[in-house]
Design a protein around this ligand. Structure first.
Ligand SMILES: NC(=O)C1=CN([C@@H]2O[C@H](COP(=O)(O)OP(=O)(O)OC[C@H]3O[C@@H](n4cnc5c(N)ncnc54)[C@H](OP(=O)(O)O)[C@@H]3O)[C@@H](O)[C@H]2O)C=CC1
Ligand SMILES: O=C(O)C1=N[C@H](C(=O)O)C[C@H](O)C1
Length: 241
């Protein structure tokens, strides 16, 4: 975190009324290296200014004040407008929105030639490490079955989760062919089990998130690090130091 004399990174939170948006607003207010200048949600906000932050409906996105980085945890239907706004304004984008369609992933790749951009299916340090372990296990266990089971709260819309798909991509890099299963139950924040099975034995690699703050902290850290960088597609691990 920078000291009081460094300029603060101006943040637009996209998806502000959601579970992640609320965690971002709360945790941003506890830091001195970032300041939230705008909060955007799909529906009309009940109050225009809350705790000093200007709130906007998605339909008013273009009226948002100047910002350095947008942090987007919304839904796939909200992704194209925030990507376009970041390009128009020459601002950076940190997005954790999952369930994006292939054309949206292509647009993201293309935009990274013009703005600094980080999209990650999971902003926790633990999942970053799990991903490396999965690739190593897959390399070391040729011919073993690989299954990824993800569990989330009942409100989650996409399946398999973005994290499950990203872990699957790591398994594929290691030579495995993963299968997926999804559970939706209660208020589970997010659990991912990657299981390697052979006759007579089984390895289980598990990550359990018990609090969304881990994702929000990772995204705020990434936003503070991404501001002012050259255009490009950044990975979470590039910004962790
Ligand atoms: N990468 C990661 O580490 C993590 C990723 N996620 C992902 O983040 C996303 C949000 O999750 P969560 O907070 O639980 O979801 P919520 O449903 O709680 O919140 C969604 C937010 O997006 C807003 N929204 C919906 N549609 C639009 C739109 N068209 N334009 C602008 N804003 C819109 C909603 O506004 P309104 O309330 O007005 O409808 C709300 O503020 C999901 O894709 C989820 O998978 C979640 C946790 C961690
Ligand atoms: O929607 C969620 O809640 C989460 N979504 C992300 C995903 O799809 O992997 C990350 C985390 O598991 C929580």
């Amino acid at each position: 975190m920078s000291d009081h004399t460094s300029p603060q990174t101006r943040i637009l939170v996209h998806g502000a009324s959601g579970r992640m948006g609320q965690a971002l607003l709360r945790l941003a207010s506890e830091r001195n290296d970032v300041v939230v200048v705008a909060a955007v949600q799909r529906s009309q906000p009940a109050q225009r200014v809350v705790d000093g932050v200007a709130h906007f409906a998605a339909s008013e996105l273009h009226g948002a004040p100047a910002f350095d980085v947008a942090i987007d945890f919304s839904l796939p239907q909200g992704f194209d407008p925030i990507l376009a706004l970041c390009e128009e304004r020459g601002a950076a984008l940190v997005s954790g929105t999952t369930g994006l369609e292939a054309p949206q992933l292509s647009a993201l790749e293309s935009a990274s030639q013009r703005i600094p951009l980080l999209w990650a299916a999971n902003f926790s340090l633990g999942v970053a490490i799990l991903s490396e372990l999965v690739e190593r296990a897959a390399q070391a266990l040729p011919g073993w079955d690989c299954d990824i089971v993800e569990s989330h709260h009942v409100h989650k819309k996409d399946a398999p989760s973005g994290t499950a798909l990203a872990l699957g991509a790591s398994a594929v890099l290691g030579g495995a062919s993963p299968r997926y299963a999804s559970l939706r139950a209660g208020d589970i924040v997010g659990e991912h089990l990657v299981q390697f099975t052979a006759p007579g034995e089984r390895i289980e690699l598990v990550h359990r998130a018990t609090n969304r703050d881990i994702f929000a902290r990772g995204a705020l850290h990434a936003a503070a690090k991404l501001a002012g960088r050259a255009p490009g597609r950044y990975r979470l691990r590039d910004l962790l130091a």
